[in-house]
Ligand binder design. Structure first.
Ligand code: AMP
Length: 588
């Protein structure tokens, strides 16, 4: 398939944010795509080469990209840099540069999607001492044959800056229409996606085998399942109101959620955002297979750092010491953990998602043996407020954050947040009643003690409808010197020359970051704001919402994808909840 067909679609998609138009462009594109390469097209639209959990990252450095443009155009790097600075978009700069190309090539080969994909794949796989030179060679050979517009998108793919704003739901709508003629089949696709986390695979299945095969779509061992999420509640009363008079309460441990896929000695660990995190936990890989009593299994657990002397759970930050590539053995002994199992999703070749909570818990206990390292999360069936309070007390005393409450007769709903699971944190019960996970979008340089770091950060919520990040507050309190250091190290590589188009903010930050990092804050209140963009126009016209007295809690949520950050919908619910509390208090 000619690459120019894909590029035309990219161009059209970039020009709109309207979901219906995007769907239409996608349907037209899918109809033109040979079915053998449909999965490649789906990944490329998402700016990737394979599903996230395979961890194949392009991420070519800007410097290498500029040198490649220079090599293939004959134009000096300085000039390319100047063009880049004008607009802050290297893809666009490349297209302008290539228009003025001084070195004409005579043997122009047609570029196909297949060729671009294979070349990008080779580049992503390159490692070692000569890899930079090889990357340049591959990139400039593509650019030599590319039209200026094609070059623009090749560079965006290489740099990871292609942002078409196509949400997964939109992609599934278009696949359903193009390959089954009925948009309502999206629901069936959604299930296949929830159990495989691989939209390319879903697309390939419907395109080649049709909707009937999608209906039979099964869990694939070692492909992560999209996790079930919980709604938050604020009080024991609310729990009883929503869950009735008997439900399960589990400790809500403050660790890292992990999905373990195991068959014999083979094992992979996936994070909550479906990244493969096996390399951080060699101790789990070594020990856990011995606890498994069945042939194959997918289970979920919370990994928690512990104090070996007291056996108490330690806060999430302690696990950060495991986030390193080298000397992991040392971290394993210095920062011991336990693996605390709470769910089973697959067992001996069969899905367990349809089983209700009680049956899953029983199956979990039958399939995984407990010892000092592998534990079941403490659980109790509760029937009234006192019992919830008692269990909450035990949970907090053990070093946990609160409780997860789960309905006994409900299945596991992969990939969705709902009211079958509720979370009740102790800290929800004061002030704003909640901690928030926000995306770091901008920074302000520190003064005095904070020189050489970002003293204040600009934070954003996630707007699910528009797939953008909307500013909600600046935060400058709650940071220790160590936090500031660590955040500086983590944020510095994310600095961009120009604000990413998915960031919606009128603030003038000293630097803008790629929206990639989530941190946790607490605040005293949510207020209306003429400056911040979260929930703009939703409560009042031309007014957004902001956090009052935000404070960093010390938690950098590396395990969360930015799309898992607190959403505007959640902020609106909190804002309304807080008004209701104030109103109720006035009535008292
Ligand atoms: P939050 O990150 O605040 O949205 O809370 C949900 C997270 O709580 C999950 O992603 C898990 O990492 C964690 N968690 C701790 N204990 C449990 C439990 N018993 N059941 C489910 N999730 C738990």
């Amino acid at each position: 398939m000619e690459f120019s067909i894909l590029v035309d679609s990219f161009y059209k998609m970039e020009s709109t944010r309207k979901r219906l138009e995007l769907t239409q462009f996608l349907v037209e594109l899918f109809e033109k795509t040979p079915i053998e390469i449909i999965s490649k097209i789906v990944y490329l639209i998402q700016g990737k080469l394979r599903p996230d959990f395979e961890g194949i990252e392009l991420g070519v450095a800007e410097r290498i990209a500029m040198r490649s443009i220079s090599k293939s155009s004959g134009i000096p790097i300085k000039k390319i840099e100047t063009e880049y600075r004008k607009g802050g978009d290297l893809g666009h700069a490349a297209s302008i540069i290539l228009e003025q190309k001084t070195q004409t090539t005579f043997l122009v080969e047609d570029i196909t999607v297949e060729r671009v994909y294979e070349t990008l794949f080779k580049i992503a796989k390159l490692e070692g001492p000569h890899s930079q030179d090889m990357k340049m060679k591959y990139i400039s050979s593509l650019l030599n044959d590319a039209s200026p517009l094609e070059a623009n998108y090749i560079l965006k793919l290489l740099l990871g800056t292609l942002r078409l704003g196509v949400a997964e739901n939109t992609m599934m709508d278009a696949l359903a229409i193009a390959f089954s003629g009925d948009k309502d089949n999206r629901k069936i696709l959604q299930h296949a996606y929830n159990v495989s986390s691989d939209l390319g695979k879903v697309a390939e299945t419907i395109a080649i085998d049709g909707i009937e095969e999608i209906k039979k779509f099964k869990i694939i061992l070692f492909n992560p399942i999209r996790p079930m999420l919980a709604d938050r509640i604020k009080s024991e009363e609310e729990a009883i109101e929503k869950m009735g008079n008997a439900f399960a309460a589990e400790y809500k441990l403050d660790g890292e959620r992990v999905q373990l896929h195991i068959e014999g000695e083979k094992m992979e660990l996936f994070s909550r955002s479906l990244e493969n995190i096996s390399s951080y936990y060699p101790d789990i890989i070594e020990k856990i297979p011995k606890n498994i009593q069945v042939d194959n299994i997918i289970v979920e657990a919370e990994i928690v750092a512990i104090n070996e002397n007291t056996g108490k759970f330690l806060p999430f930050q302690e696990l950060m010491h495991r986030r390193r590539k080298y000397k992991i053995e040392k971290a394993v002994t210095q920062y011991p953990i336990t693996v605390n199992f709470f769910d089973i999703l697959y067992c001996n070749g069969k899905s367990c998602l349809e089983l209700n909570y009680k049956d899953r818990r029983r199956k979990l206990e039958e399939s995984v043996k407990e010892d000092n390292f592998a534990k079941y999360i403490p659980m109790s069936i509760v029937t009234n407020k006192n019992e919830i309070e008692d269990f909450m007390e035990n949970s907090i005393n053990s070093g946990s954050e609160g409780l997860m409450l789960k309905l006994l007769d409900k299945p596991y709903q992969a990939g969705s947040r709902g009211s079958h699971w509720l979370k009740l944190k102790r800290e929800y019960q004061n002030e704003l009643g909640d901690s928030l996970d926000l995306v770091v979008i901008g920074g302000f340089f520190g003064k005095g003690r904070r020189t050489g770091s970002y003293g204040t950060l600009l934070l954003a919520t996630y707007d699910e409808d528009e797939d953008v990040f909307t500013s909600i507050c600046k935060v400058g309190t709650g940071f220790t010197d160590e936090d500031l250091d660590q955040l500086y190290q983590m944020l510095n590589p994310k600095v961009t020359i120009k604000k990413n188009p998915r960031i919606i903010s009128e603030m003038k930050a000293d630097v803008w970051f790629e929206p990639e990092l989530v941190i946790e804050v607490v605040a005293s209140e949510i207020t209306l704001s003429p400056i911040h963009k979260a929930a703009m126009d939703k409560i009042r016209k031309e007014t957004g919402l902001a956090l009052r007295f935000p404070k960093f809690t010390g938690k950098i949520r590396v395990e969360k994808a930015v799309e898992d950050a607190s959403t505007n919908e959640e902020i609106i619910a909190l804002y309304k909840g807080q008004k209701k509390v104030a109103h109720d208090k006035n009535l008292m």
